[in-house]
Design a protein around this ligand. Structure first.
Ligand code: PLP
Length: 459
């Protein structure tokens, strides 16, 4: 499809941006050549670029815009806070009504036992704070040897030094000489890619056992915590099979390893319940939240503590020497609280776990008959589509063909945002999406997979 030449306004933004702006996860030589896509506004589930082109946002931004774009209530809550108290901090025994009210609301909606919260500005900072909190916990408990963190291959926990060390996407490590010492990775239940002839359940148990093996190798007295997402997001939407989480939970308890669950994607309705921990029956010691906490309208993250760690930290006679200038920022807290109230009022979690989620999963499953699709999988309002060379053998295309990238480019041209993680196409739309919009999303998805298949000579 040919594109009209961009307007002078768009060209100017592309030029100044390419000259002065270092983008996250972007190859800059490439960007300078093509020019960035300029998104200028958004409404509901739709984005609009600087050329007026409309795109349906199948990713809710970066998995975060639960309530959709353009919600007045959130804008107003932020505006009110900006006028009343644009900034004050929570250091040195001070608080604000905004962060106190948000803490109480979080205690209401988070999994049983998670009752106390520390605030940060991003999911990465939440996980870095978790690493510090867990080290401090074991020091206070008189077990200072428990220091090693075990996470999983293909995990994504963010980009700061400790969060990137927890992350198991190996492409993130060499540029910064990571992981730091004391961070190790075990297998993840990516059955589609690695499960071979086993059933998904067998493979799940095998990968859970890799945690136990690693604990025995390191010595439980040296292991602080296991860190994991309920469903692995950025690693390719890896959904654990039945039995996996029960086994992980059993192993953590047996060896007295803390379980820190990264709910940054799964939280706030994404998997059909308030938290991924609810969906998979996990009883975490700590959880990390961001993204859907404010639907992305403001940068805010929260680290939630269960009774065990919470009691120790709260009863410590020492000051906790940690906290950000913007921890519990009043404007971010006000917007997050308005967001949670909106999610409750519109029953978005119930819809994701009910009609909307069921309809989304039904339409997703219909793509499984496509000759290019090796598997579809999903839970709640998350979906993945595996593009493969050979359906029966689950055989992927050679990586350098970048079939996923080709499909994603068709999506952009046709007006759909669908993410490519290798050749795994991923969807995570706003929870407010209507059935008609879900129809539109999947009609475009099928068209773009068709176009990709034609490029490859499959159709
Ligand atoms: C996005 C993400 C993070 C990092 O959050 P940022 O706000 O980008 O720092 C951490 N964990 C998971 C599971 C995520 O998806």
């Amino acid at each position: 499809m040919s594109q009209a030449a961009p307007s002078n306004q768009t060209k100017r933004w592309q030029e100044i941006d390419a000259r002065h702006h270092l983008h996250p996860f972007t190859t800059h030589a490439d960007l300078a050549e093509k020019g960035a896509r300029v998104i200028t506004r958004a409404e509901g589930v739709y984005l609009y670029d600087s050329e007026g082109k409309r795109l349906i946002d199948g990713m809710a931004g970066l998995w975060c815009v639960q309530v959709g774009y353009g919600r007045e209530e959130l804008a107003e809550a932020g505006y009110k806070a900006l006028k009343e108290l644009p900034y004050y901090n929570a250091f040195f025994q001070t608080t604000t009504p905004y962060v106190a009210e948000l803490s109480e609301k979080l205690a209401e909606v988070t999994p049983k036992g998670i009752d106390r919260f520390f605030f940060a500005n991003s999911g990465s900072e939440g996980n870095d704070s978790a690493v510090k909190a867990i080290r401090y916990f074991w020091n206070l408990e008189g077990k200072p040897s428990k220091k090693i963190f075990i996470a999983r291959k293909k995990a994504y926990h963010g980009v700061t030094m400790a969060a990137a060390s927890l992350s198991g996407l190996t492409s993130m490590h060499p540029q910064a000489d990571l992981p730091l010492p004391g961070f190790v990775h075990v297998d993840c239940p990516d059955w589609f890619a690695e499960g071979g002839d086993m059933t998904p359940e067998e493979y799940g148990l095998k990968t859970a056992k890799s945690l136990e093996d690693k604990i025995l190798e390191l010595g439980a007295e040296n292991v602080a915590a296991f860190v994991a997402e309920p469903v692995q997001g950025a690693g390719g939407l890896i959904i654990p099979p039945k039995g996996y989480w029960e086994e992980i939970q059993r192993i953590c308890r047996k060896y007295d390893i803390l379980l820190h669950v990264d709910e940054v994607i799964c939280g706030f309705g994404r998997t059909g319940n308030w938290f991924g921990s609810d969906t998979f029956g996990i009883e975490p010691d700590m959880i990390n939240m961001a993204k859907g906490l404010s639907s992305g309208y403001q940068p805010i993250a929260a680290l939630g503590f269960g009774e065990r760690v919470g009691n120790t930290l709260f009863n410590s006679p020492q000051e906790w020497s940690h906290g950000f200038t913007y921890s519990g920022h009043p404007v971010c807290a006000a917007v997050a609280l308005a967001n949670l109230e909106l999610i409750q009022r519109e029953k978005l979690v119930e819809k994701a776990g009910g009609d909307t989620g069921a309809y989304f999963q039904k339409k997703l499953a219909e793509l499984a008959d496509h000759p290019l699709v090796g598997e579809t999988r999903g839970v709640g309002m998350l979906g993945a589509i595996e593009l493969v060379q050979d359906k029966a053998a689950r055989a992927k295309f050679p990586g350098d063909m970048d079939v996923g990238g080709q499909c994603r480019n068709h999506c952009f041209r046709e007006g759909l945002i669908m993410r490519a993680i290798g050749d795994t196409m991923v969807l995570s739309p706003p929870l407010v999406i209507s059935q008609a919009e879900i129809d539109e999303l999947f009609e475009l998805a099928r068209r773009c997979i068709d176009l990709t298949a034609k490029d490859l000579g499959v159709l």
